[in-house]
Design a protein around this ligand. Structure first.
Ligand code: NAD
Length: 365
């Protein structure tokens, strides 16, 4: 079985889907790895690094299994032969056209976002690994933009109080943002609508903000708030936010527009020079003034909505992603290194967004 590692072509994408250490592991399982020249360059991995690990530099698109990071562009889809297996982030809930194009191209596609979040699949959870990177970078970005110190300082020139950081949405990204803020010496506070998160927030040394609104949904995720709950949440948050120098938002509800947690009134209430980092930009943003992909200043508050923070840290982001992807790939091949797609396995079936099961279902229909 040949496995291709292609060079990402989307603007700003610096990650690569496989790293040399894992090339060795996969070749040990009888797979032949073909890497497109320059695929790892932005992640500081030279072609020679891959070759030394046992890969061949060549046409990675003409392989049985193509490994990617970002969803393929229209042009990239035309490079995939019918019957190819594709594994990568495919944005199945938001890029319906892209997934349809893969189906029409006869590609069997596995979306990293669709890997079920069960214990057995934990090592394949790329949403978590990349969210962790994003949360870390979000705090660093906030610290850079804030015209104040994060830690408390006691110096001969005076005492500086610690910055107050509020993280809205304490999932994987939020918890890492809180932990990073703590490590930088800030006073960190976390908020979420899932009450079970309180303990996790406290475990990273942060305080828990309780606004008395609970919204637990399916599969461990939050549900969308009702209109009344939303209005009440915004009102209470607007009041709470005035006391913070930094607000980092990460609140998402799968398949929905991101909830608006920070209204314009809340921004207006923040102290001059404060910073909002909105990680939900891709889903519309958690701040009413967010411009996805841009940095704006409104009411003397800087609002940043970076769209691909993991790409700012491609070395570790790629290593973690490659490990997630390798674990999934290994589930798709048998002991002899042949493709063996077992759709009775909930991970295989759950992650597959285009290909065999759809075709079978279509026949039954
Ligand atoms: P996410 O990225 O979908 O959302 C981020 C956070 O935003 C969540 O904590 C959510 O509760 C919160 N949120 C949504 N709407 C909100 C609102 N209106 N106000 C405030 N907060 C709001 O979530 P995630 O980080 O991917 O993780 C979500 C869940 O999945 C967690 O319970 C996590 O433990 C679980 N998880 C399980 C596994 C596993 O078992 N393999 C792996 C990772 C995460």
């Amino acid at each position: 079985l040949t496995v291709g590692v292609v060079r990402e072509s989307r603007a700003g994408e610096t990650r690569v889907a496989l790293v040399p250490k894992l090339v060795e592991r996969l070749t040990g399982r009888g797979l032949r790895i073909v890497v497109e020249s320059g695929a790892g360059a932005a992640a500081r991995l030279a072609d020679e690094d891959f070759e030394r690990a046992g890969a061949r530099i060549g046409d990675a698109w003409a392989t049985d299994v193509v490994l990617k990071v970002a969803p393929p562009t229209e042009v990239e889809i035309t490079r995939l032969a019918r019957g190819t297996v594709l594994i990568g982030f495919l944005a199945p809930l938001s890029d319906v056209d892209g997934v349809r194009a893969l189906r029409e191209a006869g590609v069997t596609a596995f979306a990293m976002e669709s890997v079920p979040r069960i214990s057995r699949a934990q090592a394949m959870d790329a949403l978590s690994s990349q969210s962790g990177v994003a949360g870390y970078r979000a705090t660093l970005l906030a610290a850079r933009r804030l015209p104040r110190f994060f830690p408390m300082l006691t110096t001969a020139a005076g005492t500086v109080p610690p910055a107050k950081v509020l993280v809205l949405g304490a999932g994987v990204a939020g918890l890492q943002a809180l932990a990073t803020a703590k490590r930088l010496g800030a006073q960190a506070t976390g908020y979420d609508v899932r009450p079970e998160v309180a303990e996790q927030v406290r475990s990273v040394g942060a305080q828990w903000l309780d606004l008395g609104i609970e919204a637990v949904g399916e599969g461990g995720y939050a549900r969308e708030l009702t209109a009344e709950e939303r209005a009440e949440q915004q009102r209470r948050l607007t009041e709470a936010i005035t006391g913070f120098d930094v607000v980092i938002t990460t609140a998402l509800v799968p398949g929905r527009r991101a909830p608006t947690l920070v209204t314009e009134e809340a921004v207006r209430g923040m102290r001059a020079g404060s910073v909002v980092v909105d990680l939900a930009g891709e889903s519309g943003g958690n701040c009413a003034l967010t411009q996805p992909g841009a940095e704006v200043v409104a009411h003397d508050v800087t609002i940043c909505a970076p769209l691909n923070l993991p790409a700012e840290m491609p070395v570790h982001a790629s290593e973690l992603y490659a490990r997630n992807l390798t674990e999934l790939l290994e589930l798709l091949v048998d002991a002899e290194g042949r493709l063996a797609l077992d759709f009775s396995d909930e991970i295989v079936a759950g992650a597959c967004v285009a290909g065999a099961p759809e075709a079978e279902r279509a026949e039954v229909d």
